[in-house]
Design a protein around this ligand. Structure first.
Ligand code: IPD
Ligand code: CA
Ligand code: CA
Length: 275
């Protein structure tokens, strides 16, 4: 089959739909294992990833594939040329929610070229919401165009955050959480990085920040957010890099400045205390 971005989008949405069906079918019965303390994987993660990998590589046998549950966990992005296409997949983002049958989890599929996402699909099978974007062509949910909120003030913003599984009581992340909680409308920890980015794209959330994510958590959602007009940077305002896992996505430039200043000032106070 010849490559085109339209064809890739068709394969990605079909694969996400099928993987979502597997997740729903296995919801009550999936066996759970602990990869490391508080970091879970189920046999539904594995089955969903296998389904996606089979679909993608059947359609595009020369492409590369990186899934969270792959045995080979590192792909050298610098070794990839412009002709190399890399599919980056999280078959189940929100495994802890899934294990507790909390309906906030998703399938995330991105296609990258030269280390950057050119296509992204995030599917929430419980809500039947298919988020999709391709570079330069905007973002949609179930075919409807997405636009981020435009919220300009931290005081009025509803914000989500992600923390690593082994969060420490006296960490900078907890100090940042407390400060943003006090200064914003409220803070949520919803449990799926991919969906948080889609919710910023949709205006359900005004902002989202995180510090320890992996490329498969965010490769698709970050493109969906930016294609919906979100400002996406690192917490200090520097350019976003999907391979380093730290991000701040907001619904406006001014919220980006205010939230970034807040997160960074907590960080410098916290490191001064440790000196
Ligand atoms: C996790 C979720 C969660 C984030 C974790 C991720 P997983 O992905 O995105 O929101 O806080 O850092 O690892 O393990 O459910 O695929
Ligand atoms: Ca994930
Ligand atoms: Ca996962």
């Amino acid at each position: 089959m010849d490559f085109s971005l339209e064809k890739a989008m068709q394969i990605a949405t079909d694969a996400a739909q099928s993987a979502g069906e597997i997740l729903c079918e296995m919801l009550e019965t999936a066996a759970v294992k602990e990869k490391s303390p508080k970091d879970l994987v189920t046999d539904a993660d594995i089955a969903a990833q296998q389904c996606i990998e089979n679909r993608i590589l059947a359609a595009f046998p020369t492409h590369h594939f990186l899934g969270e549950e792959s045995s080979i966990s590192t792909v050298h992005r610098t070794a990839m040329s412009q002709e190399d296409w890399l599919w980056v997949v999280d078959p189940l983002d929100g495994t802890v929610n899934y294990v507790h049958r909390l309906p906030n989890f998703a399938v995330s599929i991105a296609l990258m070229n030269c280390g950057k996402s050119v296509l992204g699909v995030v599917f929430d099978p419980m809500a039947n919401e298919m988020y999709a974007a391709s570079l330069g062509h905007g973002a949609t949910v179930n075919g409807r165009k997405l636009q981020c909120s435009g919220c300009a003030k931290l005081y009025s913003a509803l914000i989500a955050a992600s923390f690593p599984p082994q969060i420490q009581r006296d960490s900078v992340e907890i100090a940042q959480f407390v400060e943003v909680l006090v200064r914003s409308q409220s803070v949520r920890r919803l449990g799926s990085a991919a969906l948080n980015l889609c919710y910023v794209a949709q205006g359900r959330l005004d902002a989202y920040w995180a510090g320890f994510l992996k490329v498969w958590d965010i490769a698709a959602g970050s493109l969906i957010a930016t294609e919906a007009g979100s400002i996406l940077t690192k917490q200090n305002g520097r350019p976003f890099d999907p391979w380093d896992g730290e991000l701040m996505a907001t619904g406006s430039e001014s919220l980006s400045r205010e939230l970034g200043d807040c997160l960074e000032s907590v960080r410098s106070t916290h490191s001064a205390k440790l000196r």
